[in-house]
Write a protein of this length. Sequence first.
Length: 268
Amino acid sequence: MAGLEPLYAWARPAISRPQDALVCGIHWELIRHGYRCLGTGDQPGPDEKKSELLPAGWEANKEVYTLRYKSTDDARELLLKAIMVEDSMILNVMDRSSQKVSDVTLAVADYINPEHLDDFHKVYKNTEELRTRIASGIIAPFGAPAEKARKEPEPKEDVHRDDNPLRLPPRQPMGTRAPSRPSPLSPFAVGGEDLDPFGGRSGGMIVDPLHSGVPHPGIDPSSGIPGRLPPGAVPPGARFDPFGPLGVGRPGPDPDHLPPPGYDDMFM
């Protein structure tokens, strides 16, 4: 019965009989199930506040204990009367709004050691049974107060953009050079890039003199060709088939000027 120990220590000066200790335990069970004490007596007093402590004068009448409770959601107000009949305590509880009544009878000696009222660790016994009797005889008939569920935001799954193979890579700022492509790894790599839609390989079948493996440090169509293309006309890294000489002194013939294969074969 976690929390009962400090309550018992606070109420110990007022506890002089076994039934006092039992009422203290019953009170704490109501607190645990979402009720707060308003005060003593059948009628409300001035400036009442909901409290987890027992009100002043709660033990004044050793034969009839009268306490009023209100749920934390303000939906129920209970009037509890603990009546002593010989060695037993009869708990009579009424819901003021619905006028519903519930009764529980407890034998004081079953739950309290009268010779250990000064020692909290020995004064209570059969605490689990006591909690079960209170829960089934008082809490269940009226219903436990509704608790506001705390909805914590669900953590969003951390999705890395690089994990999506269909995501287009970000475009480079205008004027920056495209990264150089690696030369073919082997003769068997020819055509591999055309089969790989995500790139990263080399050896395509499309004629591209700018990416044929021969370094051309002075040629970058993405930065523009004076007199022919403005800067940014060719996306960085795109295949570009030149339509004219790209510079003075470029070795080899222009691919556009080469005759088609087999042009001198009369049977084609």
